[in-house]
Write a protein of this length. Structure first.
Length: 459
């Protein structure tokens, strides 16, 4: 059981002063009291400055973290884009061992926690050996992600990915894709193995399914995979690149969002990743369906994907969360800042996603924590009794937070600050970041450095 006292806290959507709360043995918030003087708190109480609900990171490919900074050159082709980057990524992953995958994932999860994320939703598509041969344990690499979460303590929503074909025409997987590949029967076995392994984690761990994209699964496989776990979340890449849109139109006679909504009941279970290539009517359809738009502004900018139609989406009360995707930079504040700044650039205006009554930071923060909880399948997203204690604390003495009150604290965190403002993070009551550092920071970082050295010798 944790005991926490905060000078200020965002409780059930309202700012309160001098807040004392406790958590139970399963990581839920069991009591909240306000206006409790600091002099009245009990021993062994964690004292913090500004307490807020913590988000879930809703889209990550952990292994790509080890590529950060390695793909920023361009060859002779001035049209370098996502598809050229993907070829480099395929060559990189050929060298990864199961031990590498676990070590990189632990480091990524540690960085997520230090950036304020309480949970990691891992879109996990790396399943097999270099030549596509399955490991003796079909769920070997899923278990490595789970082992990383055991070490870091982060809340995990594991999404084994079905990747079955090389394109909408059903062609075989290419050489860079064979480590991903499964037909539906083998995928079911892999999913079963991942489900058993996930029982080694605390009770807040979740399992979902992820048909990779309309390019990578057939119509029949898509229908089957989303039925495998009917009560759990479904994540899918959709409408990320114009090349993808053109391929789907040629094969299916409709744009990706149009086709998916015509043939499937897209609802709260779904999280649709990127959505940077949508027409207005598609944006409205996603918003009205109550699915979550999984936005990754840092990666989308890094890869030149495009800009999400956030203004129209917000006008129709669309739900969203953010993820770090390629993990080239892990920062909750920067993801939200990038989302807003992209809108400012395209609309040539300021405070685009704010309203007359709600500030930019508050709109973005609330949306990300609520949508993130939905997409991760977690009972979190707010500091309320009965919710998981997914929380972050900001330093009330930070120079950019001094004298700030209410929603201006969130505005300042997102637009004037970053990870360095975060002092503490709890995931389902597990106090994992203290004084700005993960409790196993040095050990996890040392392992990662050794892994990188070994990996680069093999490249």
């Amino acid at each position: 059981m944790q005991k926490i006292w905060a000078k200020r806290a965002l409780i059930a959507g309202q700012w309160q002063n001098n807040v004392r709360l406790t958590t139970d043995s399963l990581g839920h918030i069991s009591s909240i009291k306000i206006e409790v003087p600091q002099s009245d708190i009990e021993d062994k109480t964690c004292v913090c400055g500004i307490l807020c609900p913590a988000p879930a990171n809703i889209h990550s490919h952990a292994f790509q973290r080890a590529m950060a900074g390695m793909t920023e050159r361009r060859g002779r082709d001035p049209g370098d884009n996502f598809w050229a980057w993907r070829k480099l990524m395929y060559r990189f992953l050929e060298h990864l061992t199961p031990h590498d995958v676990q070590t990189i994932a632990a480091f990524v999860q540690m960085e997520m926690l230090e950036a304020g994320y309480a949970a990691n939703t891992e879109f996990h598509y790396l399943h097999h050996q270099k030549d596509g041969t399955p490991y003796d344990n079909l769920a070997e690499l899923s278990e490595r992600i789970i082992a990383a979460a055991q070490e870091t303590g982060i809340g995990l929503t594991l999404l084994p990915v079905l990747y079955a074909q090389g394109g909408c025409d059903g062609r075989a997987l290419g050489s860079g894709q064979v480590r991903f590949g499964n037909e539906i029967a083998r995928f079911q076995k892999l999913l079963s193995g991942a489900s058993k392994a996930l029982k080694h984690l605390p009770a807040d761990a979740r399992l979902g399914v992820a048909p990779h994209s309309l390019r990578a699964v057939s119509r029949e496989a898509l229908a089957e995979v989303i039925s495998l776990r009917p009560n759990d979340v479904v994540h899918m890449h959709l409408a990320e690149q114009m090349g993808e849109v053109d391929e789907v139109v040629a094969a299916y006679g409709a744009r990706p969002v149009e086709w998916l909504y015509d043939y499937h009941n897209v609802d709260e279970r779904w999280c649709l990743i990127h959505l940077t290539q949508m027409k207005p009517h598609e944006t409205i359809a996603v918003a009205k369906s109550k699915a979550v738009a999984g936005l990754c502004p840092i990666t989308e900018a890094n890869l030149g994907d495009g800009i999400f139609d956030a203004v129209r989406y917000f006008e129709h009360e669309g739900r969203f969360g953010v993820g770090s995707d390629s993990n080239v930079r892990i920062s909750f504040a920067q993801e939200l800042r990038g989302l807003e700044y992209s809108q400012r650039l395209i609309h040539r205006a300021r405070a685009v996603l704010a309203t007359e009554t709600i500030s930019n930071g508050r709109m973005l923060f609330d949306g990300a924590v609520k949508g993130g909880a939905q997409a991760a399948g977690r009972n979190s997203g707010a500091i309320e009794v009965g919710h998981l204690a997914d929380m972050l604390a900001l330093d009330a003495e930070h120079v950019d937070l001094l004298g700030r009150e209410g929603d201006m604290l969130l505005d300042s965190f997102i637009f004037a600050g970053d990870t360095q403002m975060i002092t503490d993070v709890w995931s389902a009551g597990r106090h994992l970041v203290q004084e700005g550092r993960h409790i196993k920071h040095d050990v996890i970082t040392a392992k990662y450095k050794y892994c990188l050295k070994s990996l680069r010798e093999r490249l």
